[in-house]
Ligand binder design. Structure first.
Ligand code: DX5
Ligand code: ZN
Length: 221
């Protein structure tokens, strides 16, 4: 099980220190939430920030995973590959040519993920499953950190894992993204998730990054 902090609720005035604290705590997967203010209401950051932090991640042997919550993601895939991403995930709802986008990501030497929103059915990504490296199941409506986990997501994770088995890719990485914390993490893992995004559960004013990560690891048992 990979814990993948999202830096969206980190202190951007101290970003290097926030990242170092996560690596010190044993984190080896970074989830970078890219928002364009169109596909989702919020505007976050772009390739320039990714380019500035990916060398630090690489020094710690950490995976850099960009979650593109942007319209027509094909426009920026090359820029995020050049910025040092290992995984690039785009939303199935944001493009007319998802298979071509997956080919583009692979052609640039990156691993390809497809994300889908809570109301989007599994059938929308089924045909892509054999070609993907990662499936991002949204357990909140995208756009902000600190939202509440949508409880029906646990059943959707289990059905997605069954679909991966049915489509001949039983070990496909399933990343669950949004509202995960110590209370729901065991159920998310048991339902079949391999990677769990943790934003406000790691970066929040109530506890240190070290204590937050330790608490999540303890919840996994
Ligand atoms: C939401 C993002 C998530 C979010 C995770 O649009 O895709 O990655 O930042 O933050 P938490 O864990 O606080 O929901
Ligand atoms: Zn995300």
């Amino acid at each position: 099980m990979h814990l993948a902090p999202s830096i969206l609720t980190a202190d951007f005035a101290r970003l290097e220190a926030e990242l170092e604290a996560a690596f010190e705590a044993g984190i080896r997967w970074l989830h970078l939430d890219i928002m364009d203010g169109r596909f989702v209401p919020n505007l976050s950051f772009g390739p320039m920030v990714v380019k500035s932090i990916s060398p630090l991640a690489k020094r710690h042997g950490a995976v850099v995973d960009a979650h593109l919550m942007i319209e027509e993601p094909e426009r920026y895939i090359e820029a995020f590959a050049a910025a040092g991403c290992d995984y690039i995930s785009f939303h199935i709802e944001a493009t007319h040519h998802a298979h071509r986008a997956v080919q583009m990501i692979h052609g640039l030497g990156c691993k390809a993920g497809v994300a889908f929103n809570p109301a989007t059915p599994l059938s929308s990504i089924e045909e892509l499953l054999p070609d993907l490296d990662l499936v991002v199941l949204m357990s909140v409506n995208p756009g902000y950190g600190g939202q509440r986990f949508i409880p029906s997501s646990v059943d959707k994770i289990a059905r997605l894992r069954q679909l991966c088995v049915a489509r001949g890719c039983p070990d496909r990485l399933i990343q669950v993204d949004g509202g995960v914390n110590t209370s729901n993490l065991p159920a998310v893992r048991d339902a079949g998730a391999n990677v769990v995004v943790v934003g406000s559960a790691v970066y929040n004013p109530n506890q240190s990054v070290a204590d937050a990560v330790a608490g999540l690891q303890a919840a996994l048992g």
